[in-house]
Design a binder for this molecule. Structure first.
Ligand SMILES: Cc1cc2nc3c(=O)[nH]c(=O)nc-3n(C[C@H](O)[C@H](O)[C@H](O)COP(=O)(O)O)c2cc1C
Length: 205
């Protein structure tokens, strides 16, 4: 069982990474393989809405989005980490997520998702909600923790001192491992939920 952790911060070993590492460490203690992928320092353009991915099965821009797509397909869960920028997720991460979630051809149903955010002071819950929406439109159960998954800091050292934040990360890791194991057993016993043919209406007659 594997969880992919996405560092959406431009900083390789900053606050977001510190929070993600605590989740990864706890997941590993629970027997879950982990990989942290740094995307926030890449030059990632936004989605151009060409919809080419619907025919070629990947994004027309062959960059880190397509590299991560295959890792995402193999993973049982994904943790998306972002610093808070103006009470929102980092712009590069949003470009990455729009293109990743729109372009992948595989079924994401029952892959477990979790959002992790880091702020100096404010905007955590808005950013947390923003990231969770990628999961809730994709049939992906969300792992929750003892608080909304956020840490506070301007430096990794600050984050390490945020005891409640770090505990929230560890609880998240344990809850996520449990949920992934339950879903794996459930899939074996009951299979994935039945799917209807998708209806997509555009609010026009
Ligand atoms: C452009 C920019 C905008 C920011 N906006 C906010 C904000 O709205 N609220 C906040 O508390 N911190 C804000 N910050 C601070 C970062 O969110 C915070 O320091 C975060 O922990 C950095 O994570 P990192 O080390 O992983 O990059 C901002 C930082 C930058 C560079």
């Amino acid at each position: 069982m594997k969880v992919l952790l996405i560092n959406g911060s431009p900083n390789n070993k900053g606050c977001t990474y510190t929070a993600l590492s605590e989740v990864a460490k706890t997941l590993a203690e629970q027997g879950i393989e982990t990989e942290i992928v740094h995307v926030g320092n890449k030059d990632i353009r936004g989605c151009i809405g060409c919809r080419k991915c619907k025919t070629i099965g990947k994004c027309v821009f062959n960059d880190v989005v397509n590299e991560v797509a295959s890792k995402f397909e193999q993973a049982d869960g994904i943790v998306i980490g972002s610093p808070v920028y103006y009470a929102s997720a980092n712009g590069t991460l949003i470009s990455f997520l729009d293109r990743l979630f729109y372009s992948v051809p595989f079924d994401k149903t029952m892959k477990v998702g979790a959002a992790v955010v880091s702020a100096r002071r404010g905007g955590c819950s808005a950013t947390f909600d923003e990231i969770n929406k990628y999961f809730t439109i994709s049939g992906m159960p969300i792992t929750s923790s003892q608080y909304w998954n956020s840490v506070h800091g301007y430096t990794p050292d600050d984050v390490m001192k945020d005891e409640e934040g770090m505990q929230t990360m560890r609880t998240l890791g344990r809850n996520m491992a449990f949920l992934i194991k339950c879903i794996s057993l459930g899939k074996e016993k009951f299979g994935l939920p039945q799917k209807e043919q998708r209806i997509a209406t555009n609010f026009i007659k």
